[in-house]
Ligand binder design. Structure first.
Ligand SMILES: Cc1cc2nc3c(=O)[nH]c(=O)nc-3n(C[C@H](O)[C@H](O)[C@H](O)COP(=O)(O)OP(=O)(O)OC[C@H]3O[C@@H](n4cnc5c(N)ncnc54)[C@H](O)[C@@H]3O)c2cc1C
Length: 479
């Protein structure tokens, strides 16, 4: 049981998702006096919040789990190749319980603001429950998709039915049978929801602003025998993941795009289209990402696949992106998504042609007509990457000439990629190992934490992190 009267820690970790759980495991092993704070009612981060139908991995489940404990790897059976939200949350709870980590965690504790108290050399954190906590180090494990972006339609508060952003999907089951449902948004989340609910609702109307390239997830169960095989190959699997740019199990085809015939390219794509996960994206020819002609040929291949799957040619054309090629942005993976549009109870509305004007008491109205709904689902995504950092006040660190995070990150994302604020770490990708090493080093010798990150480091980090999973990210824009 956490002692809520305790107000000072050596380290405070903000966020109890995958990253925060791992941070507190390391800190507990080191014997550091630490706590984890999360705005949520329980642990799990992404997998606590996103409970919408269809929410699941597009990473192979067994590549997503923690690798730090052989015992854990041997115990856990991933039941599906791409495991769903309930199972993922069960897994994270299992880990926390197995390593007795809950005792370090405090929930319903949103950090509203933090500032560095220079006189006393410590961070001061204001928690939404009114407490002020202090610590020497802050580790931000606040997530890159943890601040949802609901749309701002006129009249949203007037709707008499049920409506929610997918991030806030209710914990109790939502009865959808026979209901008239709207899904607004066809990004990664919308694509998952639509594929999952199309055959379970009365009527489904999909409001699309911009189609995304998408390809089959090809999910399936993992048998006991397959799981035993995976366990025997974990070292090899993790070695592959650490070699690949995105940390996935897929490596590109090393042949040159133009070195093989068009028929050979098509044969590879036919195989990849049937292969589970991001294979279609990441096992492809490297020129897909670098050569416009190669990308155009492959995009046309995927467009044809969409045309073959969607019976109504006009609808098929609307589902094919025109403003970007396949794979230059994160590719949402789908299950029966395109087939959903063959159903009589599913309609597609292109809101570039007929924009949504307002939400009404009974549904919503576009420039063309009014629609009645029982449920409106806002699948409108996230303020990706920087959102969680901007959701609390952080005025910076004056003595060390560090300006506020918001201020610096408003300039560009490069600052976000570096762990340049003294006594302030964030668990977000590239610099992660560096920071943890430093923290361990600091703990060995408490005077050792000297961290000079120069603009050269920032530039070095900027390059690979300029885009969010390949697509350009604009601060504050839904992703
Ligand atoms: C639907 C979906 C599917 C995904 N699938 C994959 C996948 O297959 N593979 C993959 O690699 N990634 C996937 N991701 C990305 C996913 O976010 C990461 O894999 C991972 O869960 C991030 O973990 P995290 O601990 O860094 O952050 P999160 O899980 O986002 O946790 C951050 C926590 O910080 C808390 N927090 C934020 N700000 C504050 C504050 N001011 N005060 C207190 N608490 C705060 C939040 O409440 C949250 O619980 C997916 C994301 C989504 C939304």
């Amino acid at each position: 049981m956490i002692d809520k009267t305790k107000s000072h820690y050596e380290v405070i970790v903000i966020g109890a998702g995958v990253a925060g759980i791992y941070q507190i495991k390391l800190l507990a092993d080191l014997g550091v006096d630490a706590t984890v704070l999360d705005a949520a009612g329980d642990l799990g981060g992404t997998w606590y919040w996103n409970r919408y139908p269809g929410a699941r991995f597009d990473s192979e489940s067994y590549t997503y789990g923690f690798s730090f404990s052989r015992e854990l790897l041997n115990e856990w059976h991933w039941k599906e190749r791409f495991s769903s939200q309930p199972e993922n949350l069960r897994y994270l709870n299992y880990v926390a319980d197995k390593f007795d980590l809950r005792k370090y965690m405090q929930f319903n504790c949103k950090v509203d603001a933090m500032r560095f108290d220079e006189a006393n050399d410590r961070w001061r954190l204001n928690i939404a429950d009114g407490r002020e906590l202090t610590c020497r180090f802050v580790i931000m494990a606040v997530g890159l998709l943890s601040i949802p972006t609901p749309p701002r339609f006129k009249g949203m508060d007037k709707f008499k039915g049920r409506s929610f952003h997918t991030f806030y999907w209710p914990h109790e089951p939502v009865a959808m049978a026979g209901q008239k449902v709207a899904v607004i948004g066809t990004g990664a989340t919308g694509i998952q929801v639509i594929g999952e609910i199309a055959d379970k609702v009365g009527d489904l109307t999909v409001f699309q602003r911009r189609p995304n390239w998408s390809a089959p997830l090809n999910n399936g169960p993992i048998s006991v025998a397959e799981m035993a095989d995976i366990r025997s190959r974990y070292d090899e699997i993790f070695a592959t993941c650490s070699r690949t740019p995105g940390g996935f199990e897929h490596e590109p085809d090393r042949r040159g795009f133009y070195e093989v015939s068009r028929e050979e390219r098509q044969a590879l794509w036919d195989r990849l289209y049937e292969t589970p996960g991001f294979a279609i994206w990441l096992r492809n020819f490297r020129e897909i990402f670098t050569d416009e002609k190669a990308n155009a040929e492959f995009s046309e291949y995927i467009a044809d696949r969409i045309r073959r799957r969607v019976k109504n040619p006009a609808v098929a054309e609307k589902l094919i992106p025109r403003d970007h090629g396949f794979g230059v942005q994160r590719v949402p993976m789908e299950t029966h998504y395109f087939e959903a549009f063959n159903r009589d109870n599913v309609n597609l509305v292109d809101i570039t042609e007929t924009p949504i004007v307002e939400v009404t008491e009974t549904g919503l109205r576009t420039t063309k007509r009014a629609y009645d709904f029982d449920i409106i689902v806002y699948a409108t995504g996230f303020d990706a990457i920087t959102g969680a950092f901007r959701s609390h006040r952080h005025p910076g660190h004056r003595r060390r000439k560090v300006t506020g995070l918001v201020e610096r990150w408003s300039i560009d994302l490069s600052r976000h990629a570096g762990a340049w604020v003294p006594e302030f770490f964030h668990a977000l990708g590239t610099a992660e190992r560096l920071r943890l090493d430093e923290l361990s080093a600091w703990h060995r010798d408490r005077r050792q934490l000297v961290h000079q990150v120069t603009s050269v480091h920032e530039r070095a980090w900027l390059h690979p992190r300029r885009t969010y999973a390949g697509g350009r990210t604009t601060l504050g824009r839904p992703c």
